[in-house]
Every structure is written in structure tokens, then in C-alpha cells.
Design a protein around this ligand. Structure first.
Ligand SMILES: *Cc1c(COP(=O)(O)O)cnc(C)c1O
Length: 374
């Protein structure tokens, strides 16, 4: 366990956190405990409240993010639990292009009068500072999905706190390997564990991490009452994914840096959106929606699918989702870098881009997917 005078590095923590106690015959890994209820008389009662495999995962995520974690059945379940903490009619300041599901849900809550929403750009610190006056919650995402805007977290957190607002940071894109919002003063961190923490595109889960134990307890009660508990098997998978988080992020970030550098000079790319760190980028493809769709349809090493943060590199045109923010350009393709060889990723993407105008000319119009994607 980390000592205050010598805290363990994130590369070590991802390997060591959330293990059973050390002792003869103890398993190295947290066992999968598929039980809804536990014999009375001890500390465990009912799995929606607390369950051993879930607790192991929560211990690990809490250590990675410097707080107390509660696991949920998806990132959106965690997001809704956080929204449930807002007092009736409370003002929420949130980015225009936050994750689609979050943005749509906040707008729904505003429309029924449950909250009052003030929309800002995540990279406009001055506007955020002004909007925080009288707010209950500042909801930040940095970098944002999918525009890759970066918020000045310390400045925004200070502005929100001096206005008396809580600060939540969706840290799904940066991951705890690259950014710890609680260490920067935020009150709550949100993760879609579905993404980089899970890392293998084989589970759905979310987490909220609170710096303050009382706030953490309020979050846990939201999980209990809203009913969004994850399964023991998924918690096991997420823990297994976390073991390689640091090495996956390092590898994928190297590829992201190299390929975005080359894309800057690509004639089919109008704009590269990459903040210089992290494993996600986006490109504005020259020629708009149809050409961008043709790129997504032509790749063979990359996978054309929504979501992000897995070992496999994924790409998609975000505006194929009708609920995506209209501030996202029609031809924007989001790139989630996996851990394949960088030259294989590059040659595949390069030839898909180069061949896209011809492919688009002979293809049907862009497809629309049904909802919001990930
Ligand atoms: C995917 C995502 C979510 C939602 O998480 P789910 O696990 O899909 O419910 C929230 N925030 C960000 C930034 C995401 O990418």
C-alpha cells in the first residue's frame, strides 16, 4: 500500500490495487462472488449495497483517482447518479459538446425544470467563471468527447468553488494515468469504465469517485436507490483490464502522437484535433460526411465502431448519431488509438483517406445510426 512519504506510481498502482489480503492460500486476484445476498450478521447484506468483487474494483479505482469510488452499471448510470445529487432547480454549468448522453440528459432535466442549465465551451475559462455565479454544479469534461477541447481545470475549479459550486470532471478521456482531477481540487470524478479502464470493449460500467467521504456516501446511496449496480463478473473483467491500463495508455498515446503529426500534412485532412496527450483524436475529413463515411468503410486494421479506449483502434463519424451536438462538424471522424503496430495503423488510415473521394462517389449517402453512441 502507498505510504504518504513515498506514494506508489500509477504504473505500480494499476497492478497492485484491489488485490485480496496477502497470506497463505489467498488468491492473487479478487474472486468473482456471484451472490445477491449474504448470510446475516456480518457487514455484507445485499449486493446492490455492497459486494466483494465490486468492492475490490472500487478500492482500485479509488486508489487510482485519490478518492472513494462507487461502481455503477454504466457510465450513464454514474452520470445520472451525479445529476440526482443536484438540488431541485439548481444551476448546472456544462460544456456544449459534452459526451452526447450527458448533454442530452442535462437538456432533458432543464426542459422539465429539474435543473437550470448554462451551456459553455469547455476551453473558455472566462465564460465558465461568469456562468458559475450562483451555480450548484460545474460539470466538466477534459478533453471533451469528441472535439478534444481542454479545460483549464485548476482555474475552472477555483472559480466554481469561490462561487460555492461543486465540480465534477468526466475523466474518461484522460484516464487516471494522465490526469487526476481530485488532486487538482475537483469534488467528483466520473468514469465510463466501459472505455479505457475496462480496455477490451467487453463490458459496460461506470464509476464516481469523491474526494470527501460524506459525498462518497451520498453517491453510494444513489447507487443503492437508483439500482444501477454492476455485476461481479464485469467487476472482475474491469479489474483485469485495469492491470494493463498504464502500459496500454502509454502505447496508444505514442501512436496517437505520431499519427496525428503525420495527419497534419495529409491532403485529405482539413483539421487535426489532438491536445498533445491522451489516446483519442479527431480529424475533420476534407469533403464532409460522405467522404468521412467512406474512410470509415474502407479501413481494415482499424475497426469502424463507436466507443473508445479498447486495445483495438476504433473510428467513427460522430455526426452519424442524430443526437450528437451540431457544434461537431459533419465530416469529423473520431480516432481511438489501440495498441496495434503504429505503421499498420498509419498505412491503413492513409490508404482509406486517399481512396475515400473515389469510394464516396460510388457509395450511397451517409448512414444514420439510431441514438447517441459512445
Ligand atoms: C462513453 C462515455 C460516457 C458514457 O459511458 P457509458 O459507459 O457508455 O454509459 C460518458 N462520458 C464519456 C466521456 C464517454 O466517452
Amino acid at each position: 500500500m502507498p505510504q504518504d512519504d513515498h506514494p506508489l506510481s500509477i504504473e505500480t498502482l494499476v497492478v497492485s490495487a484491489g488485490r485480496p489480503p496477502v497470506g497463505p492460500d489467498q488468491p492473487l486476484n479478487a474472486p468473482i462472488v456471484p451472490a445477491s445476498a449474504f448470510h446475516a450478521g456480518g457487514s455484507l447484506e445485499y449486493a446492490r449495497e455492497e459486494s466483494p468483487t465490486t468492492s475490490a474494483l472500487e478500492q482500485a479505482i479509488g486508489l487510482l483517482e485519490h478518492g472513494t469510488a462507487t461502481a455503477f452499471s454504466s457510465g450513464m448510470a454514474a452520470a445520472n447518479a451525479a445529476m440526482d445529487l443536484i438540488p431541485p432547480g439548481g444551476v448546472v454549468v456544462a460544456p456544449s459538446a459534452a459526451y452526447t448522453g450527458v448533454a442530452v440528459r442535462l437538456r432533458e432535466l432543464d426542459a422539465i425544470g429539474r435543473i437550470r442549465l448554462r451551456i459553455v465551451e469547455a476551453d473558455d475559462t472566462e465564460a465558465i467563471t461568469t456562468a458559475c455565479e450562483g451555480a450548484a454544479l460545474l460539470w466538466l469534461e477534459s478533453p471533451t468527447n469528441p472535439l478534444l477541447q481542454v479545460a483549464d481545470l485548476p482555474a475552472c475549479i477555483a472559480a466554481a468553488h469561490s462561487a460555492g459550486a461543486l465540480v465534477l470532471v468526466d475523466n474518461t478521456f484522460a484516464t487516471p494515468v494522465l490526469q487526476n482531477p481530485l488532486a487538482l481540487g475537483a469534488d467528483l470524478v466520473l468514469h465510463s469504465v466501459t472505455k479505457a479502464l475496462g480496455g477490451h470493449s467487453d463490458l459496460m460500467m461506470g464509476a464516481l469517485v469523491a474526494a470527501d467521504p460524506d459525498l462518497a456516501e451520498r453517491v453510494r446511496i444513489r447507487r443503492v436507490l437508483l439500482g444501477a449496480a454492476p455485476s461481479a463478473f464485469d467487476c472482475f473483467l474491469a479489474l483485469r483490464g485495469i492491470r494493463t491500463l498504464a502500459i496500454r495508455v502509454e502505447r496508444a498515446q505514442d501512436s496517437a502522437r505520431e499519427i496525428t503529426r503525420r495527419l497534419e500534412a495529409h491532403p485529405m485532412v482539413e483539421r487535426v484535433r489532438y491536445p498533445g496527450f491522451g489516446t483519442i483524436a479527431a480529424i475533420d475529413v476534407a469533403g464532409g460526411a460522405a467522404v468521412a463515411e467512406a474512410v470509415c468503410g474502407a479501413v481494415v486494421v482499424w475497426t469502424h465502431a463507436t466507443s473508445l479506449g479498447g486495445v483495438e483502434s476504433l473510428l467513427e463519424r460522430r455526426r452519424r448519431w442524430p443526437l450528437e451536438s451540431t457544434t461537431v462538424p459533419e465530416g469529423l471522424v473520431r480516432l481511438s488509438f489501440g495498441i496495434e503496430a503504429v505503421e499498420d495503423l498509419w498505412s491503413d488510415l492513409d490508404s482509406a483517406l486517399t481512396g475515400a473521394p473515389a469510394a464516396a462517389a460510388s457509395a450511397p449517402g451517409p448512414r444514420r445510426a439510431p441514438s447517441g453512441g459512445a
